[in-house]
Design a protein. Structure first.
Length: 172
């Protein structure tokens, strides 16, 4: 069995796509996934599976909860590589954000330059857009338009969440 990190996009946000993690964990365990762990309500899952669980999880969520979120599945080695590639490892966890993408982004440099603030910095490494936003992301024009700048769908997690997922993987 392999360890997978599953990132659900757009769940439990603004009262939409409600997906209680405790209930989801029971559904996933009932479907045969092993060592299922979830973290906070934003759709972070670590589990063991014989094969990539994306299609099965998508179907289970649709059947049990009535919607299908976008799902990004990373194998342990891929996730570990994303963590190792973080160019902002020494910075405060809440100011560093990972935007995970299924395919490599094609950054629209013109849009990005128009939206990025003077305090924000970024690096693209393979399929992860790393953003350092020391002033937070709540009012960031770049974050509000991140997918338009990347040209692909993305799901973001801050470094604190990524570190927690890393710990969960180690204990799987």
């Amino acid at each position: 069995m392999k360890t997978y990190i599953i990132l659900l996009r757009g769940v439990n946000v603004g009262g939409k796509n409600l997906l209680p993690m405790k209930e989801l964990k029971k559904v996933l365990e009932g479907a045969g996934f092993e060592q299922v762990k979830t973290y906070i309500q934003s759709g972070n899952i670590v589990l063991l599976s014989d094969s990539n669980p994306e299609t099965e999880i998508s179907g289970l969520i649709q059947a049990e909860f009535g919607f299908t979120p976008q799902i990004l599945v990373l194998e342990n080695d891929e996730f570990t590589g994303c963590v190792a590639n973080n160019p902002y490892q020494a910075l405060e966890g809440k100011s560093v954000h990972f935007y995970f993408c299924k395919t490599k982004p094609q950054i629209n440099e013109e849009k990005l330059a128009a939206l990025i603030s003077a305090t924000e910095s970024y690096q693209l490494v393979e399929k992860v857009f790393y953003l350092h936003a020391p002033d937070g992301i709540g009012r960031s024009k770049l974050v509000a338009n991140i997918e338009a700048c990347l040209g692909v769908a993305a799901t973001g997690r801050n470094l604190n969440t990524v570190n927690k997922l890393t710990d969960m993987v180690k204990n799987t």
